[in-house]
Write a protein that binds this ligand. Structure first.
Ligand code: 5RP
Length: 232
């Protein structure tokens, strides 16, 4: 196992202790969350946890959770979640995040907005001083007039790319929308202002800035697990 993989494993394992029987639990998406779902499924199968009701944030996570026999539902059937666990692409010192490079940001944001606690599991490479310095900001857009939306986004970012498959077709999200990556040469200077500005454009469905959402971030480092807590 690579060092990075071992760190993801450690973060996922550390988050398991926050899950209690009877919880309504949001399940994120991505490789770190994938490890978490496997550990969770195994724990349920060993009978160490029971009566969980899980709301997945992607078709992939739903399939993985179902393969462990975890009980699944949707936000249509539960009003609030006790806890959601997910990964992130970048986390800044205020626990603001970029998420969605695993194509699931809309469902993640929707599901995690209903969670009383959101625990983020990352390895230390995801910690940054300013969001957007190392990874692009993903934005989900409607297919209609997609290039018009891309042109509008080009006025805000240094560079914008429509995400395509290896066959050159636009990547489709679980919601049938397109994805773009917005690159910011100097990082994102004012995420609090940018997020509503992006979402106000009619062609934009949602953006990958997850602001004031994480309750705790479980960071796996070479020296062990660090828990970062939101101050307010
Ligand atoms: C998916 C996400 C993921 O949580 C994020 O991309 C991190 O993924 P990984 O754990 O594979 O690094 O936001 O939409």
């Amino acid at each position: 196992m690579s060092d990075r993989q071992a760190l993801k494993q450690a973060a996922a394992r550390a988050a398991l202790k926050y899950v209690q029987s009877g919880m309504r639990l949001g399940l994120g998406t991505g490789s770190t969350t994938g490890i978490f779902i496997n550990l969770l499924g195994a724990k349920v199968q060993r009978g160490e946890l029971h009566d969980l009701l899980c709301v997945p944030t992607s078709e992939a996570s739903a399939q993985q959770a179902a393969s462990w026999g975890l009980a699944l539902t949707s936000l249509d059937h539960v009003t609030a979640l006790d806890l959601a666990v997910d990964g992130a692409d970048e986390v800044d010192p205020d626990l603001q995040m970029i998420k969605g490079l695993g194509w699931a940001l809309l469902r993640e944001k929707l599901v995690e907005s209903h969670a009383r606690r959101l625990i983020i599991i990352v390895d230390e490479t995801k910690l940054v001083t300013r969001l957007g310095q190392h990874v692009p900001l993903p934005v989900e857009i409607v297919p209609f007039a997609a290039m018009a939306t891309v042109r509008w986004l080009q006025g805000l970012a240094s560079r914008v790319e429509l995400c395509r498959t290896s066959e050159g077709e636009p990547v489709l999200t679980d919601n049938g929308n397109y994805y773009v990556h917005c690159y910011f040469d100097d990082g994102i200077v004012d995420a609090e202002a940018l997020s509503p500005q992006l979402n106000a454009w009619p062609g934009v469905v949602e953006n990958g800035l997850f602001l004031n959402m994480a309750t705790q971030v479980v960071v796996a480092t070479e020296d062990g697990i660090q828990i970062l807590e939101r101050s307010s």
